[in-house]
Design a protein around this ligand. Sequence first.
Ligand code: NDP
Length: 258
Amino acid sequence: MALLEKKLAALNNPLQGKVALVTGGSRGIGAEIAKELALHGATVAITYVSNAQRAEQVVEEICEYNPNVSAFQGDVTKTEDISRLCNLVIEAHGTIDILINNAGITRDSRFMNMSEEAWNEVISTNMNSLYYMTKQVLPKMIEQDYGRIINISSIIGQSGGFGQTNYAAAKAGMIGFTKSLALETAKHNITVNAVCPGYTFTDMVAEVPEKVQEKITAKIPKGRFGTPLEIAKAVRFLTVDGDYITGQCINVNGGMYM
Ligand code: NDP
């Protein structure tokens, strides 16, 4: 009976004992990733930059089934915030086993109108943050001979996007980073992968005018936008069953980019 209970617990909570840090976990895709990993037993730390209330809501929701959850404020474009965040998570939960680099923004405009500020903001938030976050977390992963790093890139990093030279450059950069780091870390039992969502219903796409959304939908073989949970399930798969998957880009996009 004890063995059966143990086996059931392993099935139900495959991430028990693992600590996951999800940047931008206060809403959208990040929030759903945090919930999904917590549902499978992980201890979860989410970060947010300004939405303390939304972060608190996510924590409350997770607490209903897993008390091992916390939220920390920090800007992923600021190196001092990143080091403080990582130290706080390690202080609270002992380590970081799973790093989900999810925080991201868009500042769309045609290249000819794109300000230097819009360029730099998008590159810093989406791509440079990978460098700083990973620098903080990787030594611990190497020391413990275990790590899962998942970078939330985008279909736009592969296909390009009208008015999105900054975002496409950052998201394509994330894929190159993923493959290179995967080569360097495989021997330490660390996998590094990217998940590339297609158009997914969150605050980010709510900014896209309805007419444009209709045009985009017409190009999606599945005929609809994705949900944050559909992205979160791919992330969970990589963390639970992805031991032999590294340096890959998992597309979750309704068949939009083949
Ligand atoms: P949302 O706009 O819904 O949420 C963005 C999250 O990132 C929030 O938690 C926000 O925190 C956080 N964030 C933003 N800037 C910073 C910063 N400087 N420092 C720390 N945290 C920050 O985005 P989505 O859920 O839609 O997107 C999540 C990821 O998925 C992004 O990387 C995005 O590029 C990618 N993606 C999204 C797609 C989509 O269609 N939605 C498609 C393809 C990729 P706060 O709440 O405090 O503002």
